[in-house]
Design a protein around this ligand. Structure first.
Ligand SMILES: [Zn+2]
Length: 61
């Protein structure tokens, strides 16, 4: 059975993604590029929406 080798396509996509990520702000918590249309800047830290929910939200009793 012939399986198409998509390595070339993947590397092109990776390069393009890397180029896009370079100009994106980076989350200080998870270190991922922030792809949302907004993020939070708290005490000098850039925080993505996911981390804000995960790391900073505390549920009250
Ligand atoms: Zn984050």
């Amino acid at each position: 059975m012939f399986v198409p080798d998509s390595n070339d396509l993947h590397s092109i996509a990776d390069h393009r993604r890397a180029a896009e990520e370079r100009k994106l702000p980076r989350c200080s918590v998870c270190r991922d590029p922030i792809t949302d249309d907004h993020y939070y800047f708290i005490k000098g830290m850039s925080v993505c929406c996911d981390c804000l929910d995960r790391e900073f939200r505390v549920l009250c009793d």
